[in-house]
Design a protein around this ligand. Structure first.
Ligand SMILES: O=C(O)CCC(=O)C(=O)O
Ligand SMILES: [Fe+2]
Length: 385
């Protein structure tokens, strides 16, 4: 009884933006949940307000040529194949990789109904009362942070500007008892839909990585897939961006590039807000819900493995005063015990090794530090010519 009251008090402290108290030095590490703030405040608290130079000014309109790749055609080479596999689609993918590092895929074989079901189950999860969501909190005993679970990202310093979003972060592969224990049990459709989506996404990842190996000119189509290793991890990150009374002041997620090999992104119907940086300009990524396309973006591990041939794009999410945004990012990462390094086939006299190699486990540690600062970890691995 004592213990449960104590936990409740800690949790209450977390749900309102209390001033930092000397009596509780750790208070700043446990900020409010943004859903709670969204329902109660007229102005975002100071910790969420970006300095003027980082606020989201209006983004440029998306160019009409934003890349869309037909995955079915990409993975079944046609007679007019140019050697890159998948004919026209491979050429489109090559252009997408050279330009944006981010593209939509259609004809990916995942039913629209499964995608819709997973998005509605996620919405339903976030809509539940706090005490239900709390069962999956990413805080042990209300204060000890762990990556998996429901809540905020780790707060690393008192002056860190916080993102206007809450998230559920789950390890979906390897799918074992320990990881499954952290998956939400409510709503009842959540687990089944996530499991099914995880299984169906494997093929999407495989086909994209094969096509990328061919485009890179590697002898072995399976190179990038093999580099993931036997104990490769897949994390699912469900992002919830509640409406913000001042979208001009905050970031849903601050600029970052993903640390993955690739990320597969599923966005709920009609949810705008994702932007990608190119040549110093922010572009809105078109919302793809009507076509049930998936978005794919190159991660920093791939940037290293391809020796800089495929660049990982910096992206961010801006919020809206009216609409909530829900998205799911599936992060495909290298087995933590393996080393991430440029493919030997992509290193020669003309193109020397551009990135230092690093054990995937250490890479992850570096990444999470840089994520909270809004800087690119992969830049620290660059070898100057
Ligand atoms: O919500 C989105 O569309 C993007 C999310 C994202 O960039 C991430 O989770 O890494
Ligand atoms: Fe991202």
């Amino acid at each position: 009884m004592e213990l449960s009251i104590c936990r409740r008090i800690k949790w209450r402290a977390r749900t309102s933006e209390l001033p930092i108290m000397a009596a509780d030095e750790q208070q700043w590490q446990v900020p409010a949940l943004v859903q709670e703030l969204s329902a109660t405040v007229q102005e975002p608290p100071g910790r969420y307000v970006q300095p003027e130079q980082h606020r989201p000014a209006a983004a440029a309109a998306p160019p009409a040529s934003f890349p869309i790749v037909d995955l079915g055609r990409l993975s079944s080479p046609s007679p007019d194949d140019d050697g890159g596999g998948g004919g026209d689609e491979a050429a489109k993918l090559r252009r997408a990789l050279d330009s944006w590092g981010l593209f939509q895929v259609t004809n990916h074989g995942i039913e629209a109904s499964l995608m819709d079901e997973l998005m509605s189950a996620s919405k339903e999860f976030f809509r539940q009362p706090l005490q239900v969501k709390r069962e999956f909190s990413n805080l042990n005993d209300g204060e000890q942070f762990r990556a998996e679970g429901y809540g905020n990202d780790k707060v690393r310093s008192k002056d860190q500007i916080l993102d206007w979003s809450d998230r559920i972060y789950l390890k979906v592969e390897p799918e074992d008892e320990r990881n499954l224990a952290l998956w939400p049990k409510h709503p009842s459709s959540f687990r089944d839909a996530l499991h099914e989506f995880t299984v169906r996404c494997r093929r999407v990842k495989r086909d994209v990585l094969r096509a990328m190996a061919r485009i890179a000119g590697l002898d072995d189509d399976e190179h990038f897939i093999d580099q993931l290793g036997g104990r490769a991890t897949v994390h699912a990150r469900f992002n919830c961006y509640p409406p913000c009374p001042r979208p001009d002041l905050v970031m849903g997620i601050k600029p970052h590039s993903d640390g993955t090999v690739i990320t597969v992104l599923l966005v709920a119907r009609g949810a705008d807000g994702l932007q990608v940086l190119r040549d110093g300009v922010w572009y809105s990524v078109p919302s793809s819900s009507s076509t049930h396309a998936l978005l794919i973006n190159v991660g920093e591990s791939m940037e290293v493995m391809s020796n800089g041939m495929f660049r990982s794009p910096v992206h961010r999410v801006v919020t809206s005063a009216e609409n909530e945004r829900i998205s799911l990012a599936m992060f495909y990462a290298v087995d933590p015990e393996r080393v991430i390094e440029p493919a030997a086939g992509l290193v020669d006299e003309k193109r020397p090794t551009l990135y230092k190699k690093m054990k995937a486990r250490d890479f992850l540690v570096g990444l999470s530090k840089h994520f909270s600062r809004g800087t690119r970890f992969v830049d620290t691995l660059k070898i100057s010519p």
